[in-house]
Design a protein around this ligand. Structure first.
Ligand SMILES: Nc1ncnc2c1ncn2[C@@H]1O[C@H](COP(=O)(O)OP(=O)(O)OP(=O)(O)O)[C@@H](O)[C@H]1O
Length: 232
């Protein structure tokens, strides 16, 4: 479904990502982990098309999308939930979800109904301004907004960041269910060990802008080894 091949990315003259190779199959849930500042967000922004590689190719659903804008990639089925969520704080829940719907080719109100069925808490708060909601509710809204675009691939950048521990489990379960029930492929960045272990079928470890290693399900069972990859 998604393949990055030999991707290099810079900010100005500063190289950040080097020789990134990633392959994600349809239906997988794959994590990206690594310490602060190693390039995880840069990688996600490159997948969605907010950053353009200096070298290398990105293929999505069989198509070379390397030169396509983020908007075009969203229309092809990539849903992006950025770090910090970026909901529109002065817009209501309903207006935020409409922004997601506008990306979908079908613009079906059924998609909106599905989002409300899935997140009843959002349905209860349709008229509430997003900026007045808790971090966990804003994360649900950001996920709901992306789902309204009818994605085949969800890209989540640190979904548990800044969320009360009691709500982190719920968000983790929601993401797992979206993968299982809707068949949406999931690529996520995380630093929360528990979330990584619960969600990932496998995980890429990024260090110094490179893929340092890949951990499979068995590797992920070794809590201490996984924690070492996250150690500052
Ligand atoms: N807009 C930018 N211009 C220049 N350098 C940047 C920019 N954004 C990030 N960087 C640098 O690129 C490197 C990788 O940053 P990135 O945000 O991708 O890391 P990260 O692994 O996601 O970190 P974190 O876990 O803190 O979110 C860092 O050294 C950062 O300072």
């Amino acid at each position: 479904m998604l393949a990055m091949d030999g991707v290099h990315v810079s900010y100005g003259n500063t190289p950040i990502l080097r020789d990134i190779d990633i392959d994600i199959d349809d239906g997988e849930t794959v994590g990206i982990m690594g310490r602060n500042g190693v390039g995880k967000t840069t990688l996600m922004k490159t997948v969605i098309g907010l950053l353009t590689p200096d070298e290398g190719t990105i293929r999505y659903a069989g198509e070379d999308v390397t030169d396509l804008s983020a908007d075009r990639r969203a229309r092809l089925g990539m849903g992006y939930i950025p770090q910090g969520r970026d909901v529109f704080p002065d817009l209501t829940v309903e207006q935020n979800i409409s922004m997601g719907l506008s990306i979908s080719e079908h613009k079906s109100e059924k998609l909106v109904d599905d989002v409300y069925d899935y997140f009843p808490r959002l349905a209860e708060r349709r008229g509430q301004k997003a900026g007045t909601m808790s971090g966990g509710e804003q994360q649900m809204l950001a996920i709901g907004r992306a789902l309204a675009g009818n994605p085949d691939l969800l890209l989540l950048d640190e979904p548990s960041e800044g969320i009360q521990p009691s709500i982190v489990q719920q968000i983790t379960d929601d993401i797992a269910n979206i993968n299982e029930e809707f068949g949406v492929t999931v690529l996520f960045v995380e630093q929360n060990l528990q979330v990584i272990r619960e969600l990932s079928e496998r995980c890429y470890v990024v260090d110094g802008g490179r893929i340092e290693t890949e951990l499979d399900a068995e590797d992920l069972e070794d809590v201490d080894a996984v924690a070492d990859y996250l150690a500052v």
